[in-house]
Design a binder for this molecule. Structure first.
Ligand code: V47
Length: 379
């Protein structure tokens, strides 16, 4: 079938995609069955074409990146999730917890390029009090007042609240007052409880993740959202996850970016599972763009999908490839073969060669302009 579009002709050999395409080009919202058709279509190029159409309508040729640094203050974790190769029990080999001075020093180390964002996540430590995290953030703000702090997943916030015997709202208020500017999207995994029981049994459930995000958004804190795919979930679980995020976004408009995360099985109890393939990764980006019509941004996280696939993903619906990162632990403990970090100039080159315009953003997607070793953020 062929449908007219505002730019180029669209064709697909898959009759199941025709009604979906009608909706996409009419600007109508897609439903559960439409999403299943996208996941099951043999015509991956048509799926990608539609997603790229929406991406171009939203962002033209711009592709966003940032200069950020990941900091993981501890890998000690009580949760023992089967999906994870990063977490350790307190006394096991390889377990670490940074003293505050160490975390502040880590923030300053790495590339000389001035970072605009610290991305901070870690394990659920049984003994570290909320005060440690407040001091960590306050110390970072004192030392690097210009850097945006994107810190603590909904799972960590909920855990810290319980330990401190505070509500999630009170905990978020304390974190915000200490200097947390927004929250990353991790810990969402897959909301369906059947799958959650297998991959992350001791984590908060999907409803609690969503409720914590709702509370953060109501306090004015922006956040991201993720979905971990490529393990024991099925198409329906993925669609359910995406639609729950879309429904919350209708309510709060607090999500900035959706990041689909491909499961890396190495060194996890689910090591027997195969890795995702390039086609699965590209399709997931495209379905995300098509279904999450109220999310401004879809991120192809290069650390997770490789710089090569992330580059192609910029033509399958993604408009962001994340940042310099500098030191990645969660994926590398699970067998990622990508570099630990990338220089700004390499991110720019990848984006240019995808035929896109690189746009350095801060965490809130404002333009960053650089001179030698300082930067200015457009407000
Ligand atoms: O929450 C853990 C996932 C997440 C594995 O918000 C794994 O901008 C694959 O959330 N294989 C952390 N995935 C990373 C994350 C993130 C990354 C980049 C940008 C942003 C953002 C957020 O990684 C965890 C979990 O879902 N994860 N173990 C694994 N073996």
């Amino acid at each position: 079938m062929t449908l007219p579009s505002n730019r180029r002709p669209f064709t697909t050999s898959d009759p199941q995609l025709a009604p979906v395409a009608e909706k996409v080009f009419a600007g109508e919202r897609l439903g559960f069955q439409d999403a299943l058709a996208l996941y099951r279509s043999h015509d991956i190029f048509a799926v990608g074409w539609m997603a790229n159409h929406l991406r171009e309508n939203l962002h033209g040729d711009i592709a966003y990146f940032n200069v950020n640094r990941h900091i993981n203050p501890t890998n000690v974790c009580v949760a023992a999730c089967r999906l994870c190769a990063f977490g350790r029990k307190k006394d096991s080999p390889g377990a670490y917890t940074m003293a505050l001075e160490e975390a502040w020093a880590a923030a300053a180390s790495g590339y000389s390029e001035a970072v605009t964002e610290f991305h901070i996540v870690g394990g659920l430590h049984p003994d570290l009090p909320l005060q440690y995290f407040l001091d960590l953030v306050r110390g970072l703000k004192e030392r690097f007042p210009q850097v945006h702090i994107k810190a603590f997943t909904m799972v960590e916030v909920s855990f810290l609240a319980r330990r401190a015997k505070l509500t999630v709202r009170e905990t978020l208020e304390k974190l915000r007052d200490a200097g947390v500017d927004s929250l990353p999207g991790g810990g969402a995994e897959i909301f369906a409880s059947r799958v959650r029981h297998i991959i992350c049994d001791h984590k908060i459930d999907g409803d609690e993740w969503l409720e914590t995000a709702r509370t953060a958004h109501l306090l004015g804190l922006k956040s991201n959202a993720t979905m971990l795919y490529g393990h024991v979930e099925n198409d329906e679980d993925r669609v359910d996850h995406l639609l729950k995020l879309r429904a919350l976004q209708d309510e709060t408009h607090g999500f900035q970016t959706f990041i689909p995360l491909a499961f890396h099985p190495d060194h996890t109890p689910l090591e027997h599972l195969p890795r995702t393939t390039g086609m699965m990764d590209l399709r997931q980006i495209a379905v995300s763009r098509l279904l999450l019509d109220n999310f401004p941004h879809i991120k192809a996280y290069w650390q997770m999908m490789t710089p090569q696939i992330a580059q192609v993903a910029l033509r399958f619906g993604a408009d962001d490839i994340d940042g310099t990162v500098v030191e990645e632990k969660i994926y590398h403990d699970a067998g990622a073969t990508t570099p630990q970090g990338m220089r700004r100039q390499d991110l720019v080159r990848i984006i240019r060669q995808a035929g896109c315009q690189p746009f350095e953003r801060d965490t809130l997607y404002r333009e960053v302009t650089r001179t030698e070793d300082t930067f200015t953020i457009a407000v």
